[in-house]
Structures are given as structure tokens and as C-alpha cells.
Design a protein around this ligand. Structure first.
Ligand SMILES: Cc1cc2nc3c(=O)[nH]c(=O)nc-3n(C[C@H](O)[C@H](O)[C@H](O)COP(=O)(O)OP(=O)(O)OC[C@H]3O[C@@H](n4cnc5c(N)ncnc54)[C@H](O)[C@@H]3O)c2cc1C
Length: 396
């Protein structure tokens, strides 16, 4: 069994020539260079630097970076299509590409000055530097504003002390965006006030990489705790307005959620394809599995839920591209895409029976990889909270 034959489902709109060429060459590359090693990378947990460099040559590490900084300047819809394709073949690589683009690079793009864009974006877009984004801490996850890492103002520099948890590319990155506290919340202000963001060179003394985590899935994506001991950062590396970064963080996360939704859908789609082919071929009780309604209805539900999720992804992406408020749509897409993706992988395991539980058949890896999409960049519960809050606004 292999996912290399994974197909982009028919869309209701025609892809542009640029999108067709881009997705066609990406699919060829994934089939030839990425799919054959997916099982081995899952077993070894090795970060696939060679493939990531080849992705960089294809423009995938600066997807939304303007061309003048060496980026591909793609829109969010195209970015989501690309992430779904990568996830359908390798979830770990999808998380690497998604987080590099939307979190680290995305934060610099969103909040950085033109000088900071010139300084940091070219090396991120070319893949010379991989990017990581540190928000989560041991004591603050969903309640991100409760972070305690502190940057002390020393005039020309800030001195950072504290720690971060679960940082994607924590070990392999050369450019880090760190979200820290610089100031106490102002009187009567929420504790999200006083939070700032800095871009930090990976080679800076005092930036200490911990031991990479051993995870359920996404084994060849790098997830590492960080600690900071008197990490000195030039004041000019402050991204956006001092003490007001939490709003930027929320914006960056909303953009990232579209990518995580696409990742869940890509993994679910690959599992659905494997399950559909298997159900048509496998004979039990003298007939194909697919001729049992209990099986075909599962396939129907997988296809339906993934398609519904994909529509939400396109809606959120199109709103973002149009410069309109997309945070509600992004949370809906994230929740639907991740739940539909995990459900599809789970059903695929069921449809493959015992084989579904065996590594060579890949659906168990897809389930393990997809499971993160319901946790990272805001859990299911946090998406429910955002959706409820945003939805209720119109009645208040
Ligand atoms: C593989 C991986 C990669 C990651 N990459 C990054 C990264 O690159 N950068 C980064 O900054 N972070 C990263 N994270 C962290 C991730 O974003 C957090 O794990 C996530 O936001 C949840 O935080 P937590 O783990 O502290 O869980 P907690 O916040 O402790 O939540 C635990 C459970 O309680 C629920 N819960 C919490 N509060 C409420 C509430 N008010 N109401 C109802 N339920 C609630 C949550 O939904 C969850 O189910 C990564 C995590 C993983 C596993």
C-alpha cells in the first residue's frame, strides 16, 4: 500500500495555470521523492533536511513572502492546496512547512517593519534559515497570555529568561520568533497586555535547545523545548509594538489554523483513498467489503466531512486573501478539518481491519499524525470557545 497515488479531489473552480503547474510538479515530487520514504522516516524520526531544502528550491518555504524578498507570493487558497497535498503524503513534512511559513515567517511578515522584512525574510524564504515560533510554555498552553518568559529592558538590548515547550523546529531552526513578557499589564488591563515578540538568531548565546520530544506521531517533525538564560536580543529585533504583541499572536494563529485544517484534510483524504481502494478489493463472505452498507456509509461520511471541511478552508483562505475578518472562519475550518481528518483516519483503520493496525498499510501513521491537528494551534475546545464568542457577537 502507498499514498503516492493520492489525488486532489475535483474542485468547483478551475485552478489557474500557475496553480495547475505548481500542484502538478509538487505532486510529481511528492510521489517520487517523498512518498517512498514516509514509513522509514516515521520509524527513524529523522528530520528530512534534504527534502526540506528541495521544498525551498520549489518556493515552499516562502509561500506568502513577497517576490522582492525571494518568496513565491502565493495567496492563502493556493497555500492551503499545497499543504493538503504535502499532508496527504507526509504529515511531518506538512507541519514543518506549515509552521515555518505561517508562524515564524508569518509573524515577521505580519508585524515586522520594512527593515526587519529585508533582514529576515530572504533567508527564511530561500530555506537558508528554518524558522520556529515560541509561544507555548510549561505553564501556559491554551491560556497563552499567562506566559512568564520575561525580557528585561536594558536600553539597547533586552535580556530574556524563561522557557518554551513543544517548539516545532526547536532544534533545527536558525531564526526564532519568541513571544515574551516585557511589561506588567497596565492598570485595569487584561494580562495579555505587556506581551511582546522578538526575532532571535538561533546562534545567540543563552538560547538553549532541549531534548527533542518523542511523540505519538509526526515523528520526523522536530518538537523541542527551549530555555533562555540571559539571552541578549538587540532592541531593534522587537517585532511590532512593545507590549501589544498578543493581538499579532492571535492573527498569526488564525492564519496558521487554515494550514492545520488543510493538514488534517490531507491526511484524512489519503486515508480515505486507501480505505476506498481496499474496500473495493477485499473480499469477505464472498463479496467486496464495499458492498456492505456498514462499510460504504463510512466511506460516504469520510468523503462528506472532508469535503465540508475543505469548503471551510477555502472560505477562511479567501476571506484572508480579501483582507476581511477571517478568524471565525479559520477556527471553524480548523475544528472541522482536524476532526474530519482524524475521523477519516480512524474509519480507515477500521475498514482495513487488522491490516489497518499494521505500519506498512500507513493508515495508522496517518491517524497518529492527524491527531496533533486537534491540539496544535489551539485545541478543539479553544476553537469551540472562539466560534461561540465570535458567533454570539452578532446577537449582543
Ligand atoms: C507536536 C506539537 C507541536 C507544537 N508546536 C508548537 C510551536 O511550534 N509553537 C508553540 O508555541 N506551541 C506549539 N505547540 C503547543 C500547542 O499549541 C499546545 O500544546 C496547545 O495549544 C495546547 O496547550 P497545552 O498542551 O498546554 O494544553 P492545555 O492548555 O493545558 O490544555 C489541556 C486540555 O484542557 C483543555 N482546556 C484548556 N483550557 C480550557 C477551557 N478554558 N475550557 C475547556 N477546555 C480547556 C484543552 O482544550 C486541552 O484539551 C505544539 C504542540 C505539539 C504537541
Amino acid at each position: 500500500m502507498t499514498t503516492s497515488s493520492s489525488q486532489t479531489p475535483a474542485l468547483w473552480f478551475d485552478l489557474s495555470t500557475e496553480q495547475t503547474v505548481l500542484l502538478g510538479s509538487l505532486r510529481d515530487f511528492l510521489k517520487k521523492e517523498v512518498a517512498p520514504g514516509a514509513i522509514a522516516r516515521d520509524k527513524s524520526g529523522t528530520f528530512p533536511l534534504g527534502i526540506v531544502k528541495q521544498f525551498a528550491d520549489m518556493g515552499l518555504l516562502g509561500m506568502q513572502v513577497p517576490e522582492r524578498f525571494g518568496g513565491a507570493e502565493l495567496d492563502t487558497v493556493t497555500t492551503a492546496l499545497i499543504l493538503e497535498e504535502i499532508a496527504a503524503v507526509d504529515g511531518s513534512l506538512c507541519l514543518t512547512v506549515a509552521s515555518h511559513n505561517s508562524l515564524c515567517t508569518g509573524h515577521i511578515l505580519h508585524a515586522g517593519s520594512s527593515q526587519q522584512h529585508e533582514t529576515w525574510l530572504p533567508d527564511l524564504a530561500s530555506g537558508k534559515n528554518l524558522g520556529a515560533w515560541g509561544l507555548t510554555e510549561p505553564g501556559s498552553g491554551s491560556d497563552a497570555a499567562a506566559l512568564r518568559t520575561f525580557a528585561e529592558d536594558k536600553g539597547d538590548n533586552f535580556i530574556i529568561n524563561g522557557s518554551k515547550m513543544f517548539i516545532t523546529q526547536g532544534t533545527v531552526a536558525s531564526t526564532y520568533v519568541l513571544i515574551v513578557r516585557t511589561d506588567s499589564p497596565g492598570d485595569g488591563k487584561h494580562y495579555s497586555d505587556g506581551i511582546s515578540a522578538f526575532v532571535v538568531e538561533g546562534s545567540s548565546p543563552g538560547l538553549i535547545r532541549g531534548k527533542p520530544e518523542e511523540k505519538l506521531g509526526l515523528k520526523s517533525s522536530d518538537t523541542t523545548p527551549l530555555s533562555f538564560e540571559n539571552l541578549e536580543v538587540p532592541a531593534e529585533n522587537l517585532l511590532g509594538k512593545r507590549g501589544a504583541a498578543f493581538k499579532d499572536v492571535m492573527e498569526v494563529l488564525s492564519g496558521g489554523r487554515i494550514g492545520i485544517a488543510a493538514m488534517g484534510i490531507g491526511l484524512g483524504r489519503a486515508a480515505l483513498e486507501l480505505a476506498a481502494k481496499y474496500a473495493l478489493e477485499r473480499q469477505q463472505f464472498g463479496k467486496s467489503l464495499s458492498s456492505n452498507q456498514a462499510v460504504s456509509f463510512k466511506l460516504a461520511e469520510m468523503a462528506l466531512e472532508l469535503e465540508a471541511a475543505r469548503l471551510l478552508v477555502f472560505k477562511a483562505a479567501a476571506l484572508k486573501d480579501a483582507g476581511r475578518d477571517y478568524s471565525l472562519a479559520a477556527s471553524m475550518a480548523k475544528l472541522k478539518g482536524s476532526v474530519a481528518g482524524v475521523q477519516a483516519c480512524d474509519y480507515a483503520i477500521q475498514i482495513l481491519g487488522g491490516y489497518g493496525y499494521i505500519q506498512d498499510y500507513e493508515v495508522e501513521r496517518m491517524w497518529r499524525d492527524a491527531r496533533l491537528t486537534r491540539i496544535g494551534e489551539g485545541t478543539d475546545e479553544i476553537q469551540h470557545m472562539i466560534i461561540a464568542r465570535e458567533f454570539l457577537k452578532q446577537f449582543q
